[in-house]
Ligand binder design. Structure first.
Ligand code: ASP
Length: 330
């Protein structure tokens, strides 16, 4: 039994300023993160797999309207929701993902079904939904994903004619200006509301790793746009030999850097620590192409690192029989 078992989660990174967050909103975020960590911690304590722990954590985060995944997902340019999710088992390198789903209540459960029941790795749109339906997953009316806060955020983004990171209004690569190396202006579209993509990584008592990530994407994204989240190696990666990683941030840059896999690759090929590899990706490599965001990662020894290059990242971790720790700001 591996007594270093641990679960870590994130709820997105961005311009999260202490000055623009009310005490009660802050308390809500901490409480939500703590509840999710406690539930996943129980799974690990009972001998459950890392894969089960990250599935439970991300499903709960999808159900929580505070975060941009599942209920509370951001809006596309057409006023709809298109959800992406991925999951990976570090013990087998099995992976499953879905993108552009609009009616599956918990996209992470669809991704898990793909991992377990399909010879394929990634399903999109209608095909993903047909597959999820065949597995008996729960479907909802697309209005289930609506929230007033996200709608307001979308109206603001529409006014500015661009796609925006849900948590800080940073422009995305649908805007040609982002192809330059100019720093993204940090202009919150709504300083009171910072929401984010969700993810979880875990090491279980059997010594296995897993990672899961789920998102509504970026506010006002073009219909059909897919970010890093459902792409194995970009937004999600797990290998018992190195680490498990879940990312959040400007997806186009995380894709171009193959960010999650790069952490694992640096550990394998450069033989650096988890912390050094993750730091290099988030603090050195991503900023070179104006990549903003962060990641959470855990290795087979139970080391945890939660780096981000933005003002804040909703995050936390919990070891067996220790109280969960959560944080928002730098
Ligand atoms: N990475 C996500 C995407 O580009 C967004 C986020 O992390 O908030 O779809």
């Amino acid at each position: 039994m591996n007594s270093n078992a641990v679960i870590a989660i994130h709820g997105g990174a961005g311009t999260i300023l202490r000055s623009s967050m009310s005490a009660s909103a802050e308390a809500d975020y901490h409480a939500a993160l703590q509840a999710v960590l406690s539930a996943a911690q129980r799974v690990l304590a009972e001998g459950g797999s890392a894969l089960d722990a990250v599935s439970v954590a991300v499903r709960l985060l999808e159900d929580c309207p505070l975060f941009n995944a599942g209920h509370g997902a951001v809006y596309t340019a057409a006023g709809t929701h298109e959800l992406d999710a991925a999951i990976m088992d570090g013990s087998t390198l099995d992976a499953g993902a879905v993108c552009c789903v609009t009616r599956v209540r918990n996209p992470i459960l669809a991704a898990r079904s793909v991992l377990e029941k399909s010879e394929h790795v990634l399903f999109t749109g209608e095909g993903a939904e047909a597959f999820a339906a065949a597995q008996g997953l729960e479907f909802v009316d697309p209005a289930y994903f609506d929230t007033e806060a996200r709608h307001r955020q979308w109206m603001l983004a529409r006014g500015q004619q661009r796609a925006m990171l849900d948590h800080d209004g940073a422009t995305l690569a649908s805007d040609a200006s982002l192809k330059s190396a100019e720093p993204t202006p940090h202009e919150p579209i709504d300083p009171n509301r910072k929401f984010g993509t969700v993810g979880a990584v875990a090491l279980d008592i059997h010594g296995h790793l897993a990672a899961a990530t789920s998102t509504g994407g970026v506010t006002n994204k073009q219909v059909g746009r897919v970010g890093d989240t459902p792409l194995i190696g970009a937004g999600c990666y797990a290998d018992d030999a190195t680490c498990a990683v879940s990312t959040t941030g400007s997806g186009e840059m995380f894709m171009r850097m193959v960010a999650a896999y790069d952490v694992a690759a640096q550990m394998a090929y450069r033989q650096v620590s988890l912390q050094e590899a993750a730091h290099d990706v988030v603090m050195n490599r991503l900023p070179k192409i104006n990549g903003r965001g962060g990641l959470i990662a855990v290795d087979a020894h139970g080391n945890v690192t939660l780096p981000f290059n933005t003002e804040g990242m909703y995050r936390g971790f919990a070891r067996l029989s220790e109280a969960p720790e959560t944080a928002i700001y730098r």
